[in-house]
Design a protein around this ligand. Structure first.
Ligand code: ASP
Length: 449
């Protein structure tokens, strides 16, 4: 394992690099005249801090040693070679569909294997079969660890990478793709892939977990099995996001990739559909359609891959203290677009209007979504909205602010003509905009259908 994937940073990473040791090697750690010898362990991505190094002692216990500037680390012996974590396919069961599982990191993949010292690649095919043996009954699994990051660190260039790998799995003939991902920005990635992977032949299911698999209350195994079930069985070819539908283990909900929002910091049913409904109810046993898909499974359909995103697009949330200079900054910094997360029906304080006009005059695309989340932007009701429309701000209908942001990044990267880009931004493409969504699609439907 490279040190980049070891979970260490700061002083600890510096000291380990200096000693040329790798995870799995036997090392000595000297601190305040004490010497500790053991196997260098990786740090879990979840709950790690930058000061402690973890070693496994001969007794089998793992200890954390807090390093200071004068602590010394020395490599004593190289560790045994571990399994590789590239694509692996077990012996195929001819009667089963093939599922591709791509792991990007996050809690769902944060499992330290204390036997081998390996971290995270808990989603190599072999590790999956070892931890969740039931998977064999659902599909032949092609598993790849494509990155190992907590999702708060995911960047637009990672969406591009994920989209390209999904496309190559589809080209190789998979029956469905599952992407294991952290939950913090799962909704951004699901929106991004919805735009990047047009005309899909098979479903792409993003899945996360709120509790890691080494905790008794983990939702990881059920979510993962559900995702394989959904990806291989459902008659859909959309990008979906699958998580627990309620706090118990009764069933999961598959949300449309452009409509899902993490609405709770810790509950297992944190994700809900906003201005839309979940499309499938899923358990380990069944996949039930509860709202129709826009695109049905058809392996002959030809995928259109458009994986690029313009990074110079800002999301600006207005608030009573927001200053116009914030807008000016993005213009000066060479940004190409600003997605405003305005208040109510789509408003930004009057004191921002002159700067917004300057931004539009300078060639930026400026658009409006609402921090209310539910409902539709309507800028014709109040003077403020009408003024912003006159200036040229584009109302983003009933899109979630993050979906609208991602879509603006996508249209600007894929369309040379600004007028076409603006038009595309408000044209429904993959269920992200519903011209007829209703007031009844409000919080009352959460948790049910
Ligand atoms: N912060 C973590 C992440 O988004 C939480 C999770 O995995 O659910 O990667």
């Amino acid at each position: 394992m490279s040190l980049d994937d070891s979970g260490y940073d700061g002083l600890v990473l510096q000291k380990i690099s200096g000693s040329k040791a790798k995870v799995g090697d036997i090392i000595s750690v000297k601190k305040n005249k004490e010497e500790y010898v053991g196997v260098l362990m990786p740090r879990s991505q979840v709950g790690s801090d930058p000061f402690h190094i973890i070693i496994k002692l001969d007794t089998g216990y793992n200890i954390g040693i807090k390093l200071s500037q004068d602590s010394e680390i020395r490599k004593i012996k190289a560790g045994k070679k571990k399994r590789t974590t590239g694509t692996e396919t077990e012996v195929e069961n001819k009667g089963l569909p093939t599922a591709s599982i791509l792991s990007t990191g996050g809690t769902i993949a944060s499992k330290v294997d204390y036997q081998t010292g390996a971290v995270n690649p808990a989603l190599s095919a072999q590790d999956l079969y070892d931890t969740v043996p039931e998977i064999r009954e659902y599909a032949n699994v092609r598993a790849k660890v494509i990155m190992s990051v907590l999702s708060e660190n995911i960047q637009p260039k990672d969406w591009t990478k994920i989209a390209r790998i999904v496309a190559s799995e589809i080209k190789a003939g998979t029956d469905g793709v599952v992407i294991a991902h952290g939950t913090d920005t799962l909704g951004f990635t699901s929106a991004a892939l919805s735009f990047a992977l047009q005309n899909l032949p098979v479903p792409v299911v993003l899945v996360g977990s709120q509790r890691s698999s080494d905790r008794p209350s983990s939702d990881a195994a059920m979510n993962l099995i559900g995702a394989i079930n959904l990806a291989t069985k459902a008659n859909t070819a959309e990008v979906l996001l699958l998580m627990h539908a309620e706090t118990g283990d009764s069933y999961l909900h598959a949300h449309r990739g452009t409509r899902a929002r993490k609405l709770h910091t810790s509950r297992r049913d944190a994700f809900q559909s906003v201005n839309g409904y979940p499309l499938f109810r899923v358990t380990e046993q069944y996949v039930e359609e509860i709202h129709p898909s826009i695109l049905r499974r058809n392996k002959k359909r030809k995928l259109i891959l458009k994986p690029k995103f313009e990074e110079k697009v800002a999301l600006v949330k207005t608030n009573p203290g927001v200053e116009a200079s914030l807008i000016d900054y993005f213009v000066e910094a060479g940004y190409r677009g600003i997605m405003i997360e305005g208040t109510g029906l789509g408003h930004a304080p009057n004191r921002l209007h002159a700067s917004i006009k300057k931004a539009i005059d300078a060639g930026l695309v400026v658009a409006m979504s609402s921090q209310c989340l539910f409902g539709r932007v309507n800028m014709n009701v109040y003077r403020c909205g009408v003024e912003l429309l006159d200036i040229g701000v584009i109302p983003c209908e009933d899109m979630l602010p993050e979906t609208a942001l991602v879509k603006l990044m996508w249209v600007l990267a894929n369309t040379a003509n600004k007028e076409t880009a603006k038009e595309l931004l408000v044209t429904p493409l993959v269920g992200e905009i519903d011209m007829r969504s209703e007031e009844s699609e409000y919080i009352s439907h959460l948790g049910g259908e």
